[in-house]
Ligand binder design. Sequence first.
Ligand code: HSE
Length: 430
Amino acid sequence: MNSQPINIGLIGFGTIGSGVIEIFNQNLDLIQKKVGKEVNLKKIVDLDIETDRGVEISSDKLSTDVKDILEDPEISIVIELIGGYEPARSFIIKALENGKHVVTANKALLAKHWEEITATAERNNVRISFEASVGGGIPLLQPLNESLAANNFEGIYGIINGTANYILTKMSEEGLKFDDVLKEAQEKGYAEQDPTFDIEGHDTAQKLIILTMLGFGNYVTQEKFHVEGITKITPQDIEFTSKTLRYVTKLLGISRKVGNELEVRVHPTLIPKTHLLASVNDVFNGVYMVGDAVGPVMMYGQGAGMMPTASAVVGDCIDIISNSQKGITYGPPQSRETPVKNMDNVISRYYIRLTALDQPGVLHKISGILSEYNISLESVNQEQNEAEPSLPIFMVTHEASEKNINAALSQIDELKEITAPSLFIRILDE
Ligand code: HSE
């Protein structure tokens, strides 16, 4: 074994940080054999070093002063696991400037400060690795960036938020309402007390920015694409689309090349039950990618949690130790300028739910407006219930543009016979 130990500093002694320490405690021999070097988790920095996290660590390794890592010339790899924008950004930049490789799970920071962070790494000839930032423990980014680098990607489709996927799975399996499942998920600790980020699609969007960067070489910031959450979906939508149309509802992050443009979007999507992504349930994540040479590939596994995420973090450290001379590559640079398609011009088939008074002539008015916007219907179903004055109408359209669907539905929602706002869900036809 090489006599010089590789020293690692860990900033952030939270859940994932504890998982990282646990892996080094349990598997150090194996890790050292794999890299052929002595590896030493030299310092762990956190503001709170008193609370017992249930992992064994000698107290002389703990510090509250981040300089003990950032300014220690013996530490060559810094793991950042505090999350958020600041002070995480400053710590990462400082570590890179001091010639240290950085491993992080911080998708929010990467999504917002991608250019600054990667340029700083390049300038200082060190690596920034972030396998844990998308899909937790799933080996996803490195295969996308390296093993699949020979491909021009046609599309990347990701179920990359476990909270939203858990809620949609439960709604589907148990016929429950969104609010009731969310409450139960919060009680069980599966969903955050403030779940906005997960259920409104922002977490998926940040992860999609990273996937888009690696797959297509485009850094597309969140303001440039459509992000929509799952809060408006009802058990009625799930039941009808599942039983009658044979689809499952998933919150999907989509990046795909259509003609000379890139479509980047996050929204609930109806996926045929026969599609591989349809079997990604509960808190699991799945990313389905189509390359021109490899064809379809799907990665599946645990997208969050202490040990799966720590597995990806330590894997990045091992990779850096084994390949630390290698530079960094992020997607095919020639496609960086591919324009992002305006959402108005995106074409899909749509499932539509309208709520209308059960009166003669209503369907006639609705179909008149749809045809005004060049929207043709594939199917129409109306529930029968004489006790209810208002009834849902479920429709599936042929292909139409977002612009036309939005305009037609705003006009339909103004009809006096329409008693609740309409909803539409895009259908995945890939
Ligand atoms: N909150 C995320 C999820 C996990 O629900 O999948 C961290 O990325």
